[in-house]
Design a protein around this ligand. Structure first.
Ligand code: GLU
Length: 506
């Protein structure tokens, strides 16, 4: 048997460190066994998937040095590798199950489903779909169809017994079927769900081992049921420990920098980043911590993969990066490498117009622009003492900035400018005297500098975002209760009451 493994990212956001983590372990597994590592793009979510996010997945994985053997960009014998090019295939498979009586048409409208959800929530029992369309008579189905009602196709999940499978990492897993919903396979617009497309593709692409994060474990019984319904042998499942932040919670863009580009742009070395990610899920014999990709590929033993969550500790990454820097970069190469990183012509060409009329001597350059080349700004509380706002209120403003820019996905100069004006409006605060100083403080660690919005564009989305998060953390963060409050106000686009008695500063 040739080992064939895959990663199947959805191009719905910035390339996440979790994608590199999964790619890495799949690649190690494939190389160790002389097998193939496949990249499949799961773009079934038509509203959230974007071609530009697909490109950033390629770019981020290439920077990480993780190269795939088959994929949408390079082709291969099992293509196409982009799910949006395989829609007919999924439809055919859903209808095969329907015709065999293993799936059924469900005509429940979103309103009916919502009502059902509320009733079930009140009863406090099982949540999900109550299977009311599972046993419709042929006449009833014909009636719905004659009325032209849209329908989804749902899988008939067993009503009794247990789904039992052996996870190569987690061991024996059993889940009562009663806890598993009659999963939608095909949506009313004819598009497949993740579950259907994922299983059909893993089978047709002859995937032997599904190595993925353990957040997908709740989907696995549904997948096993699907393999069974199709009469296919399931692959071996290996669920990797989840990446956790230092707070012990799931690593999340809401609390941590999670974009691979953040680490690249902050000047980490690709080899150190990769070595660090292997430490997340694996322990080498003798608890060695510094080793090359080739070494772990050679010595790999899946039994050494951890079972529980792995803490993504940036201090550890810093330490490891320094080991690599000393070991792999001779001193006469160091300047070259730093120059390539951020003192390169392309970057400087963008930076020069921002500082041209703002320095008296060359000696002022670093004073003005040093924040572009720094990972840890020296923040001070006085920087955030603006017009009597409390630290909580400053945090609210900065958090709202992040939300606004995320919602509009526009982190260039105009995007940041517009977002800051919108935030000023929603909080009833003066843009120039309150919002701008807070942004200067968060992004540059001072109240004056090169033009704010152009600087944010040049810092880039990931570092801008990380600095806003860092400032919030520095000021004590936002409790979940206050976050709910804020979210509420933000959604209503009125946060004036959160600023309370404070005089709007004009
Ligand atoms: N499309 C899923 C993701 O975004 C794939 C999960 C899996 O590996 O099955 O990660």
């Amino acid at each position: 048997m040739t080992v064939r493994v895959r990663i199947a990212p959805s191009p719905t956001g910035d390339p996440h460190v979790g994608t590199a983590y999964m790619a890495l372990f799949n690649l190690i597994f494939a190389r160790h066994h002389g097998g193939k590592f496949i990249l499949r793009i799961e773009d079934t979510d038509r509203t959230r998937s974007r071609p530009e996010y697909e490109q950033t997945i390629y770019e981020a994985l290439r920077w990480s040095g993780l190269h795939w053997d088959e994929g949408p960009d390079i082709g291969g014998p099992f293509g196409p590798y982009r799910q949006s090019e395989r829609f007919e295939l999924y439809k055919k498979h859903a209808y095969d199950l329907l015709n065999q009586g293993k799936a059924y048409k469900c005509f429940c409208t979103p309103e009916i489903l919502e009502e059902m959800r509320q009733v079930m929530a009140k009863q406090g029992g099982r949540q999900g779909y109550d299977r009311r369309c599972r046993n419709l008579s042929p006449e009833e189905i014909a009636k719905h169809e004659a009325a032209g009602e849209p329908f989804v196709i749902r899988l008939k999940v067993p009503l009794k017994g247990e789904c039992v499978y052996e996870d190569a990492i987690k061991g024996r897993i059993s889940v009562p079927w009663a806890d598993v919903d009659d999963q939608v396979l095909l949506k009313s617009d004819g598009f497949p769900t993740y579950h259907l497309a994922n299983v059909v593709d893993d089978h047709l692409m002859e995937i032997t081992h599904v190595i993925r994060g353990d957040e997908w474990m709740s989907s696995t019984p549904k997948h096993i049921m699907l393999y069974d319904a199709f009469g296919w042998t399931p692959p071996t499942f290996m669920h990797m420990p989840l990446l956790l932040g230092k707070d012990g919670k799931k690593l999340s863009k809401r609390r941590n920098p999670t974009s691979i580009f953040y680490y690249r742009d902050s000047g980490y070395l690709q080899e150190a980043f990769i070595n660090f990610l292997t430490l997340m899920g694996y322990s080498m014999p003798g608890d060695r911590e510094v080793y090359s990709l080739d070494e772990i590929i050679k010595e790999f033993d899946y039994k050494r993969i951890g079972v529980s969550g792995a803490v993504f500790d940036v201090q550890k990454l810093d330490w490891l990066n320094q080991q690599y820097l000393i070991k792999n970069i001779p001193v006469d190469q160091l300047w070259n490498r730093i120059r390539e990183w951020s003192f390169n012509d392309a970057f400087m060409k963008k930076l020069m117009p921002l500082c041209h009329s703002r320095i008296k001597t060359f000696g002022d350059f670093m004073d003005l622009c040093g924040f572009f080349f720094i990972n840890h700004l020296h923040l001070h509380h006085t920087l955030f003492e603006v017009k009597g706002l409390t630290h909580d209120q400053v945090c609210f403003v900065l958090q709202a900035m992040i939300w606004h820019m995320d919602e509009n996905e526009n982190w260039n100069s105009d995007g940041v400018n517009n977002a800051s004006r919108a935030v000023a409006e929603v909080f009833g605060l003066n843009h120039k005297k309150v919002i701008m100083p807070l942004l200067f403080a968060s992004l540059m660690g001072k109240h004056q500098g090169p033009p704010l919005f152009d600087s944010a564009e040049l810092l880039g989305k990931d570092r801008t975002r990380a600095r806003l998060l860092k400032a919030i953390e520095f000021l004590g963060g936002i409790s979940s209760k206050k976050m709910d409050h804020l979210k509420h106000g933000w959604n209503a686009k009125d946060c004036k009451s959160l600023i309370g008695a404070i005089e709007p500063a004009h």
